[in-house]
Design a protein around this ligand. Structure first.
Ligand code: ADP
Ligand code: ZN
Length: 727
């Protein structure tokens, strides 16, 4: 190092761009920055927020060096969080800047929240009293400060009354610190009386929290066995130890009931974090997490990137849920990254599921994770009796999809005044529309997929890119009028069929594309819980965590649906989804029934579900994966090449294949045209890297990408480590 160099004057700053490493900036004299400071820096013609990173600033031509413009008045991003960003970047082969970007999603929160203008009572008395003034003074008699409009509202007067009193010196202006988004949770607010099994599980977890070291525990128990109740005790322990807690949920926008339940236990709601939060709220939550005011967050996967300062526990509920996988820019699995976060932070991670992922089960059986099992349902609640309906023997009426066996059971359930659920994981009315005269099929112009008819909206919709068009009267190919037919069922069509059979019943359709969005869904879910519907027809939305006390019949319209694709996890997914859905029934002790409509009742997945023998299913599935060297017994990475033309995509994919290094334990499959060969006008090819359990597939992929020519023109390459989707 040259004697006159001043290393502290140049620092690396990670900016939210696809940058492979931090850029160097100079620190103006007098500016206080260190690793983790959030700063504003010039980047080309723009100004962006970045994070001062670790290490030195590197050697840059001093003349090219630009200064940091501003240090935000914001708690620094912790050392652990910076290591977490580095780790994810390394593991997923993403530019660290793109990972940091997920942490910098609430830019307005980098400045402190403004104090709030308020008024408080003085000793002065008003010159004369009116009824309105009397109400104001009575209301304000608490000695606390009020906002002007808050006081007016509480006293039921117009704010001019307040202004009048202020003019006379009865109130004076004060500034109040920003209000917390949620009250602090109280770990002792309403501790439950646990059952012996639950108690044992809770003790195991609280001991881990007290130990304050890294561990992973899988809570494995049927729906309704009290997993939530048990991990609440771990949360209470972490709160008592002064730590913050993160609860990850797969479908947070719909888990209103969860927030209320948390409130019943802890006397206050957790802060929410998901994409439907209003921007102002996001900023407040972000800031208050950073400052430590918010102690518990319940959030979607992106909550992993909140700037916790003293995180001491992460709970991943429904850990098997595919929604934890992000497939956009940075491809990561939030469940796996939660484990990494716990490892870096040195604290426990809890995974909960009634149908754990095979990965987690294998980790638990091999001793890498601990496992606590909750075998029974709480109180007298019994799991539903499950039966397969062999659709070859009891076929639906012509043009219908509901077997007479299911219809009979539904009738009986209606007569008892109880609820039925028909589950079909397909939105819309029909997955395919064709012309009966010429055979024309309606396809998305930009994707290789059929357009799905949505009859309520009168549209044909692409479920991959959102393209939509009105459903025409005549075939665009041959011009024949009124000869278009809908093929196959979606939930709307099942609803139509149900109305035909049960015209008196109150029927609700639930799917994520319903008009009215999340708000309406919440209302509908509440209505169902209160018994205000007789038949519910829904997609996987209904599978997740809701409590419908009066639901005693679940009919799976097409139990075979998930088995028919080339996904190595197809059997596992079907098993999990169907178990979750049938688990909706019978949560209050009433006798309940789950019926699976299937054309292959002898399929091992169907048999496993119907027998209720989850162990047998997992054992068989584990053997199968082991034999094929599939995860967790082998490793996979997908490489997706897309381009504006098929030819460009294919030739780049081939070039990547040729660039693959030799490795005895790793092979490259493909390239092959992706099952979804066209999405949004882009042509897609896939390569699959398949390695042994201990293979370094990241290193392999990195070497391959470095050896190949850089993508040119419209070509884009996306790496997907541990892929969940193969489409
Ligand atoms: P899971 O998370 O495994 O589906 P929950 O924790 O939601 O199970 O429990 C199912 C139902 O039983 C909930 O309504 C819950 O409040 C109730 N419950 C479970 N254990 C207890 C307990 N020890 N005391 C009171 N209620 C309980
Ligand atoms: Zn499309």
């Amino acid at each position: 190092m040259k004697p006159d160099s001043q290393p502290s004057r140049v620092v690396p700053v990670l900016v939210p761009m696809p940058a492979e490493r931090p850029y160097s900036y100079s620190v103006p004299a007098g500016m206080q920055v260190g690793p983790g400071s959030i700063v504003r820096v010039p980047l080309g013609p723009r100004q962006v927020a970045g994070i001062v990173w670790d290490g030195d600033g590197g050697s840059v031509d001093p003349k090219k060096l630009r200064p940091i413009e501003e240090v935000f008045d914001c708690p620094r991003v912790t050392y652990d969080m910076r290591r977490f960003v580095d780790w994810i970047a390394e593991y997923t082969l993403s530019p660290p800047g793109m990972v940091a970007r997920m942490l910098l999603r609430a830019p307005a929160a980098f400045d402190p929240e403004p104090w709030v203008e308020a008024i408080e009572r003085t000793d002065a008395a008003p010159d004369r009293m009116t009824a309105a003034r009397g109400r104001v003074l009575e209301t304000a008699d608490t000695g606390l400060a009020w906002t002007r409009s808050g006081l007016a509202h509480a006293a039921g007067v117009s704010s001019t009354v307040i202004d009048g009193l202020k003019a006379q010196g009865v109130f004076r202006d004060v500034m109040l610190p920003p209000r917390p988004v949620v009250a602090p949770p109280d770990p002792s607010y309403a501790a439950p009386q646990l059952m012996p099994d639950q108690e044992r599980a809770a003790v195991t977890l609280t001991e881990k929290v007290s130990a304050g070291t890294f561990s992973v525990t899988l809570i494995d128990g049927v729906t309704g066995s009290g997993k939530t109740e048990v991990y609440f005790e771990a949360i209470a322990a972490a709160l008592k130890n002064g730590r913050q807690v993160l609860i990850l949920l797969p479908e947070i926008a719909l888990t209103h009931a969860f927030l209320e339940r948390f409130q019943d236990r802890f006397g206050a709601k957790p802060a929410e974090w998901h994409s439907d939060l209003p921007p102002r709220m996001r900023e407040k939550v972000w800031r208050q997490v950073a400052e430590g005011q918010v102690r518990v967050v319940a959030g979607a996967r992106s909550a992993l990137f909140l700037p916790f300062r003293e995180l001491g526990l992460v709970v991943v509920d429904e850990e098997h849920d595919p929604a934890y996988k992000q497939e956009d820019r940075v491809y990561y699995n939030a469940r796996d990254m939660a484990v990494v976060r716990g490892h870096i932070g040195g604290f426990p991670v809890v995974l909960a599921s009634a149908t754990p992922s095979l990965e987690s089960r294998v980790n638990a059986l091999s001793g890498r994770y601990d496992r606590v099992a909750l075998p029974a349902r709480f109180a007298e609640a019994a799991l539903p009796d499950l039966k397969a309906i062999d659709m070859r023997r009891a076929p639906p009426a012509r043009g219908g999809f509901l077997s007479p066996v299911l219809l009979d059971e539904t009738r009986r359930t209606l007569e008892r005044g109880e609820q039925s659920l028909f589950f079909l994981n397909r939105r819309g009315y029909a997955p395919l529309t064709l012309c009966r005269v010429c055979g024309h099929r309606f396809q998305c112009p930009d994707c290789s997929s059929w357009l799905v008819e949505h009859r309520f909206r009168g549209q044909l919709v692409c479920h991959h890119c959102g393209h939509n068009e009105p459903r025409p009267e005549a075939c665009p190919e041959c011009g024949t009028l009124d000869h278009l037919v809908a093929c196959g069922p979606g939930v709307e069509r099942i609803a139509e069929e149900a109305v035909g059979h049960f015209p008196e019943a109150r029927i609700i359709v639930l799917s994520s594309d319903m008009l009215g969005g999340v708000r309406r869904l919440r209302l509908e879910l509440e209505a169902i819980s209160k018994g205000e519907a007789d038949i519910v027809i829904g997609t996987q939305l209904v599978a997740k965590g809701h409590n419908f006390p009066n639901m005693t019949l679940v009919g799976i319209v097409d139990a075979d649906l998930g088995l028919a694709n080339g996904d190595p996890r197809a059997a596992e997914r079907t098993f999990q989804l169907l178990s979750q859905v049938t688990g909706r029934a019978g949560r209050t002790g009433k006798k309940s029934l789950g019926l699976l409509q299937t054309y292959q009742p002898e399929h091992p997945v169907m048999k496993a579900i119907v027998s209720g023998d989850a162990e047998a299913f997992y054992e068989r599935e584990t053997e199968e994966r082991q034999r094929a060297g599939m995860p967790p017994f082998g490793r996979l990475a997908g490489i997706i090449v897309s381009a504006a033309t098929r030819q460009e995509a294919e030739s780049h994919a081939r070039a990547l294949r040729r660039a693959a290094p030799a490795a005895p334990d790793i092979q490259v499959l493909g390239p092959a045209e992706a099952p979804l060969a066209l999405i949004g006008g882009r042509h897609r090819f896939r390569l699959l890297i398949h390695g042994e359990r201990r293979s370094d597939i990241q290193k392999f992929a990195r070497t391959l990408l470095a050896a190949a020519e850089r993508p040119r023109g419209s070509v884009r390459v996306q790496v997907d480590i541990d892929p969940q989707s193969f489409l």
